[in-house]
Design a protein around this ligand. Structure first.
Ligand SMILES: Cc1cc2nc3c(=O)[nH]c(=O)nc-3n(C[C@H](O)[C@H](O)[C@H](O)COP(=O)(O)OP(=O)(O)OC[C@H]3O[C@@H](n4cnc5c(N)ncnc54)[C@H](O)[C@@H]3O)c2cc1C
Ligand code: FES
Length: 251
């Protein structure tokens, strides 16, 4: 884990409130595992806490992140211009494992849970795996990255209002996607709960838990384990996760 002022090299509006930012810096070269995140400091005193954002793609010393403007922190990020710097701590957390025995992977992303799956899809594809991708949005105007994902495998889109692809939630497309050996999912908790129920046990979920320190010191991100082990009944999403095995934590 390193702390560095990364330099903004581009900022692009992909959809309403959704931006892709590219940043450059030496620490990016160590961001090798999909599912890990960077913790960004955006103001001096306000906001005091860093904001976690997933690694979406890495090319040599260039990092891509995709974020949705929600509040003060992400609004400040959206105001950054080329040449500005962003104080970034990373890579943080445990990312998605790639298991040699699983040949076909189903990736299921909702909203801003989609960006970390891009780096995962790229690595799975480079390792010769078959990749299928379900991307869920509220409506067509909010879609992003669908074309980019199609480089790595078949893409199934769902929209809640039926304006593109299958009408409904990501779980409504699982049957269409057909057979798979392992699934990987990231998105809001109700979506993860539904995916866990529908997609079986061989899979990994990534939590978008609220975080404080991001490094395991403050306990802001604690989640209960489903089956408490003898010596511990909880895990920290920032340090033990954000990726967990399906069924491991209470959602
Ligand atoms: C490991 C991880 C990876 C993430 N990756 C991405 C990403 O790639 N792209 C992206 O757009 N967002 C991502 N998020 C969510 C992102 O961190 C929050 O949207 C952001 O912190 C909001 O900050 P803010 O100051 O703009 O808004 P705030 O004013 O702090 O909050 C605005 C809204 O966001 C919610 N929120 C705040 N912090 C979080 C949080 N940590 N997780 C979920 N909701 C939160 C609040 O409940 C509130 O509704 C990730 C979160 C985690 C934990
Ligand atoms: S955010 Fe502080 S322990 Fe996880």
């Amino acid at each position: 884990m390193k702390k560095e002022n990364l330099t903004v090299i581009s900022q692009e509006n992909l959809a309403p409130r959704i931006y892709r930012m590219k940043l450059k810096g030496e620490s990016v070269r160590s961001m090798l595992t999909p599912g890990q995140f960077v913790h960004l400091k955006l103001g001096g005193r306000h906001p005091l806490l860093r904001r976690p954002i997933s690694i979406c793609d890495v090319e040599e010393d260039q990092l891509s992140i995709i974020y949705r403007v929600e509040g003060q922190g992400t609004s400040m990020l959206a105001e950054k211009k080329d040449g500005d710097t962003v104080d970034a701590l990373g890579p943080l957390g445990e990312g998605f494992p790639i298991t040699p025995s699983d040949d076909t992977a189903l990736l299921i992303g909702g909203g801003v849970g989609i960006p970390p799956l891009y780096y995962l899809a790229k690595q799975l594809y480079d390792k010769g795996k078959r990749v299928k991708i379900i991307l869920g949005f509220r409506r067509q105007e909010e879609m992003f990255l669908t074309e980019a994902f199609s480089r790595f495998g078949e893409v199934f889109v769902t929209t809640e209002n039926g304006s593109c692809g299958t009408r409904g939630f990501v779980t409504d497309a699982i049957a269409k996607a057909g057979e798979f050996d392992v699934f990987y999912t990231c998105g809001p908790k109700p979506m993860l709960r539904a995916v866990e129920k529908a997609a079986g046990t061989n899979g990994y979920i990534s939590l978008e838990e609220r975080m404080g320190c991001g490094v395991g010191a403050c306990l802001a991100c604690v989640c209960d384990l489903k089956e408490a082990e003898t010596d511990k009944s909880y895990v920290k999403a920032c340090k033990d996760g954000p990726v967990f095995q399906a069924g491991e934590v209470v959602l």
